[in-house]
Design a protein around this ligand. Structure first.
Ligand code: FA5
Length: 377
């Protein structure tokens, strides 16, 4: 090939190249050991001296020109490559940032914070007592001597350690272990809330083996059931809403006398036990289906009522309460003739579920670490 044609071809090829790597391949193609130009140098020995001189000079010029153009194209390509890189990696501080996924407190922790705050507003300090404690504080000092059948209800996990006076160690089955501990720690007046983990050998749709309770204890001189009721009413209004009411039902606990089960009026049916449902047949007050005319329980002629599925009766059970038993005051070193007190203990999980009107089919889902469930709260 004519040298001028070879040169044109080389320059055209170089101009078309768009990457440093391909340019290097092209350099080898023309100037490498077996390259197009190098090959021409091998023909020189066949020429006579004069021709060789001229041809040699022409080839050197061609080689230098190709080298020059290759170098220039290489520089341009390097420059372009750098420009693209800078563009790609440029930090635009005005762009919105990548949002990190934020977690939040578990609903039980949220409930604990709210409960502590509500009681703190009326002077109940939050205290912490062991969640693994001696039998004495969990049972004996609470008027439940060894072997007493009342203990059975607490389905307790016993630990292998024993103290000669305080008995065996237990995973606390309720927060009432804090009552005598608090009386031992300080003199009345006492107003405390003890919120802690509790453990019982129970696991079904309404029980978890590890749950939380909050315990309230007040000890002072002139304390009555009216004070207990007032405190619980205050809590119900603050936690559940101003239209909610508390009901005390007689019950039996060994460590309170009198003792009560505490109910709160249902937030879904407003305490009536019935909700409006136009697709259901009307019910009478006993929840039985009735024929025309339909009941008018909440006003509005012809309103059709369905029994409330959350509470079924207008009331939801919260937990236990009562006036501190004289034997418990004695165990705490207090004279029952001088001091009186009330106490209450409720489950945090169930109380929260009642607030939210949640009808969780299975309470165990709270601790199954299913994020799609937990992220809803
Ligand atoms: C008690 O534990 C008493 N200590 C309460 C008390 C305190 C009465 C002070 C009087 C004075 P009870 O066993 O009923 O009572 O439990 C209270 C609440 O804890 C229950 O209403 C329920 O809300 C919750 N609870 C009990 N066991 C479980 C469980 N396995 N899982 C979830 N919640 C539970």
């Amino acid at each position: 090939m004519e040298l001028s044609k070879l040169k044109d071809k080389a320059l055209r090829d170089i101009a078309k190249i768009d990457s440093v790597e391909r340019l290097e391949a092209l350099r080898i193609h023309y100037l490498g050991r077996k390259g197009e130009v190098t090959k021409l140098f091998t023909t020189l020995p066949k020429l006579n001296e004069e021709e060789r001189k001229i041809r040699g000079q022409e080839l050197n010029v061609l080689k230098r020109e190709i080298e020059k153009v290759l170098l220039a194209r290489g520089k341009t390509l390097e420059h372009e490559k750098l420009g693209t890189l800078v563009k790609a990696e440029k930090l635009d501080v005005t762009l919105p940032g990548a949002r990190p996924s934020l977690g939040h407190l578990h609903i039980t922790s949220q409930a604990i914070e709210e409960i502590s705050r509500i009681f703190a507003q009326i002077g109940f300090n939050r205290v912490r007592y062991p969640e693994i404690d001696w039998d004495y504080y969990a049972f004996e000092s609470l008027n439940m001597p060894k072997g007493h059948p009342a203990r059975d209800e607490w389905e307790t996990f016993f630990m292998p350690w024993e103290h000669p006076r305080l008995g065996r160690m237990v995973l606390t089955p309720h927060t009432s272990n804090g009552q005598v501990r608090e009386m031992e720690r300080r003199k009345p007046p006492i107003r405390m809330t003890n919120i802690a983990k509790c453990y019982r050998r129970q696991s079904d749709i309404s029980h978890v083996p590890m749950f939380h309770q909050f315990e309230g204890l007040l000890v002072d001189r002139a304390v009555s059931v009216a004070n207990l009721k007032g405190t619980l009413d205050y809590f119900a209004c603050a936690f559940f809403g101003p239209d909610r009411k508390i009901r005390l039902r007689p019950f039996h606990f060994r460590f309170t006398e009198p003792s009560f089960e505490v109910d709160v009026s249902c937030g879904v049916c407003g305490g009536t036990g019935f909700v409006f449902n136009p697709s259901q047949p009307p019910l009478n007050l006993r929840g039985e289906e009735q024929s025309e005319p339909p009941l008018r329980l909440r006003g509005g002629v012809g309103e059709l009522q369905e029994r409330c599925r959350l509470c079924k009766s207008g009331w939801l059970e919260l937990g236990g309460a009562g006036m501190v038993h004289p034997n418990v005051l004695k165990a705490g070193g207090l004279d029952p003739k001088e001091w009186r007190g009330f106490a209450f203990g409720w489950g945090v999980e169930r109380t929260y579920m009642m607030k939210a009107g949640l009808r969780i089919d299975d309470i165990r889902v709270l601790y199954s670490n299913d994020l799609s469930f937990l992220e809803q709260f």
